[in-house]
Design a binder for this molecule. Structure first.
Ligand code: IMP
Length: 194
């Protein structure tokens, strides 16, 4: 069975590909000749993930899954949430996004936050969603060089390092996306092989 992972991110793609059962042929957006930036116009992570999967299934006739992630900060009433990529503007700059959160939290006592990933799987005859959450807190300053996005200011619960200081294998084991992907893979392993 051919299954599209609706991403242009080759790192995310490779990470998932090796985990799938052999009867699933995972292909990327590039592989199917889709070079569009699929608009993320939903108001929730679930809606955005679904929009991307539906776009591919409708236009290319293939089953597809996609993921959408947000950082939810309690003292900011769940912001940036679904707007995480563009929090400090359309240029999607990770440094500017982190600076904005650090300055907004300057006078707040609570720094608790969580990453949430929703995966929407469109198998044509059914849509299934998987959610992964990583609890933690926003540090007072940036720390670490690994990872991407908000990793330098997010310290997962039970660790004294940020995601950007932890080895990738550790991050993948405890991260929002890692947890959602594990559920997806378990589901795909149970599908009848075609
Ligand atoms: P996307 O849904 O993967 O496009 O991510 C939305 C926003 O969240 C972007 O600003 C990403 O940089 C950020 N983001 C997604 N996953 C992570 C992560 O694992 N660590 C830090 N930031 C992330």
């Amino acid at each position: 069975m051919k299954l599209v992972f609706a991403t242009h991110n080759q790192n995310k793609f490779k990470e998932v590909k090796v985990l799938l059962p052999p009867y699933i042929e995972l292909v990327s957006l590039t592989d199917i000749g889709c070079h569009d930036e699929i608009p993320e116009t939903g108001e929730t992570l679930k809606e955005n993930a679904q929009i991307k999967s539906d776009f591919v299934t409708t236009n290319y006739g293939l089953p597809c899954f996609s993921d959408d992630t947000g950082l939810l900060v309690d003292a900011l009433n769940g912001a940036p949430g679904v707007y995480s990529a563009r929090y400090a503007g359309e240029h999607k700059n990770a440094d500017a996004n982190m600076n904005k959160i650090l300055s907004e939290l300057e006078n707040k006592t609570s720094r608790s936050a969580r990453f949430e990933t929703v995966i929407a799987l469109n198998l044509k005859e059914e849509n299934i969603h998987f959610t992964g959450v990583a609890e933690g807190k926003i540090t007072k300053s940036k720390s670490g060089q690994k990872g991407f996005g908000y990793d330098p200011i997010f310290q997962p619960k039970g660790y004294d390092k940020t995601f950007a200081e932890l080895p990738l294998e550790v991050k993948n084991e405890i991260s929002h996306r890692g947890k959602a992907i594990k559920q997806l893979i378990a589901y795909l392993h149970k599908l009848p092989s075609k």
